[in-house]
Design a binder for this molecule. Sequence first.
Ligand SMILES: Nc1ncnc2c1ncn2[C@@H]1O[C@H](COP(=O)(O)OP(=O)(O)OP(=O)(O)O)[C@@H](O)[C@H]1O
Length: 748
Amino acid sequence: MTDVVSTDREVAAQIAAEQAHVDRVYDELGKAAARVELVHAEGMSRGQTDRRGTGDPREEELAGLFERDALVYSASKRRASLEHQHEGLVFGRLDLEHDVADEHGSTREVRYVGRLGVRDDDYEPLVVDWRAPAAAPFYRATPVDPQGVLRRRVLRCRGEQVVGVEDDLMVTDPPEDVVVVGDGALMAALTRSRGAQMRDIVATIQQHQDEAIRASARGVTEITGGPGTGKTVVALHRAAYLLYSDRRRFEGGGVLVVGPSAAYTAYIERVLPSLGEDSVVLRSLGDVLAGITATRLDPPAVAATKGSLRIRRVLSRLVREPIPGSPTQLRTFVGGHAIRLDLAALDRARAQVLRHHHRNAGYDAAVEALAHLAWEQVEQGEREDFVDRFTDSGDVEAFMRQWWAPVDPREMLLWLADEELVRRLGGLPPEAAADLAASYRQALELGTWTVADVALVDDLAARLGPPVDLPSEDRGFFEIEELDDASQYGVSALRVGADGETVAAASGGSARSRVSTDPRERLLAGRTGEAEEYAHVLVDEAQDLSPMQWRMLGRRGRWASWTVVGDLAQASWDDLREAGQAREEAFGTAPRQAFHMDTNYRNAREIFELAARVITEHVPEADIPEAVRETGHDPLELSVSSATLPESVAETVADLCGEVAGQVAVIAPWSWHERLRPVVTGDQVVLIDPLSTKGLEYDATVVVDPDGIVAESPGGVRALYVVLTRAAHRSAILRPVDESAPGVGGGR
Ligand SMILES: Nc1ncnc2c1ncn2[C@@H]1O[C@H](COP(=O)(O)OP(=O)(O)OP(=O)(O)O)[C@@H](O)[C@H]1O
């Protein structure tokens, strides 16, 4: 970085020079867009047939249709890419000095870097894609190792207009024509206000971040570091880089990005499209498996039971259970013989079939096993003849429809609402068994799953075998106009709009979507599918995954390479040893590479110092990064009467809204939400619970009742650490001080 100060005139001259180049690029882009339209139109005209449904298309017409699809598909993709990346297309410039002169005898080169590569009519590059090897010095050059770079320049654009330039000088004695402008692009970027969604950082990726982004695609890449060190944003740029560098493998095989919550996926969903990539599948942990979407959380003890590998024993026995209420004996006549198979015989047959078949694929084998047992009672005439008659019997078919009906894994999980059954299955201490059963009775009342349930359904789906035709398709749905308690319908964070209307902020869907009024139907709506496999799996906030969740992701990444992002000091999962074991199993023997991030780009130094004090007191080994930016504003710490806490929150929020341009978050334990909802108003403000803030950031935060946060959250002080590190510029902490505080944990 340099301290050269430039006059306004100099800056304006530099901007004008850059504008001339940017204009050329947009001109070329306009031509490219016109070409894409032509290809699109040409594609659409191929394979036109005048038969209008009078017969099957001829072979040459089929070939035309195929070509049309291919042309239209690639033209549409290119068009979408040009549209997404139009804004701020050119963002960087390198001035290079080479040892060897080019064909014109010059050792100097100017190279522009952008969101995509653009060439002129002579195929000369006007801009290189940020992921191309030629762009690497833009991110890698330092004054110690300039890599031929004299000056790195970041262009700030609004639409097609260059509005600013920021330079970093890489050599101490630059040639005279290399003017240096601005205070350095990184600081300018970090001081800016945060929006409601994460932005890409292509213009200011730092050297150590670039190493992780461009690291080999093989095996498992771990990215660790404290809060705000750019782990998430680096991992997302890595996904874009992998797609660029080996598109066939990763676009063909698919890239899955998994984060902790729906609020998180909504927060990061713009980053990859802004980098030109829209083929990546983004999922929260409650949304990994088709047919089930969950945002509700279990109380910590139940979440621990559901997340731990102990539950596998329960599930493995559960798949061997008979369907509740199914017949306990088979009585029929076959070929004039009375057949009677009692419960013990049926159990034996079921156990035998399940030894060799997935349950949902075992229908034929089950009929055969029953026929065999029935034959043992007869042993007269031809066996084959008897078995055929048995198999064709209407009675047997009617019996099988109940006794070996296809089972939906979600339906099977709900069998656990029966405490008696849970105890009989064994494997859990009595209290845990009772709590587990109670949690499914609650699910049946609310009509919603919890996030931990998704991994259990996935486990059962794998045990039950590929999906078969299930009756769920026939289930009816009704429109609900008013949802009193949106959290029941999978909405985890609420924002009260300016007009006083409650808006679902984190559900990723409309609160007025079509939902059945019957809770059970809601639980079983849609269909669960098989685990889809991917070529690359990116896991954020990996420290929070339970062992069962690692197994769920392992099913999706059996042949994949991985990028895994996390910080143990922010963990909310207790048994890190067991989770570590499950994670190793998911990765298998794939080679590992690790990258550590140690600069906090999010929090102002004053905000992070307080958070670091809190965590190191309890977790001395916490990975503490260096915050690079100061604001001169310490976090405001206030003790307020709990009777008037909502008013104090409202005042603090109003003050902060005047100080920052972006979002202000009130982060409070659930037990306070009801009282705070009426005072948290306006588009600039959100009310959110501590766990849902994982991975997010705001311009300012008001942290309400820190002790309540520690008491309510499974991660205890680690959860408070997460909360205290969400603010970029300003933070306030409000501590209620008297007895009338509402009970902790009672608000959900
Ligand atoms: N090189 C960079 N240039 C500009 N901004 C950056 C850069 N690196 C990181 N940031 C910004 O720093 C903030 C924190 O990044 P990010 O959320 O990826 O951190 P994290 O390590 O995942 O945090 P946490 O673990 O607390 O969730 C984001 O606003 C991000 O855009």
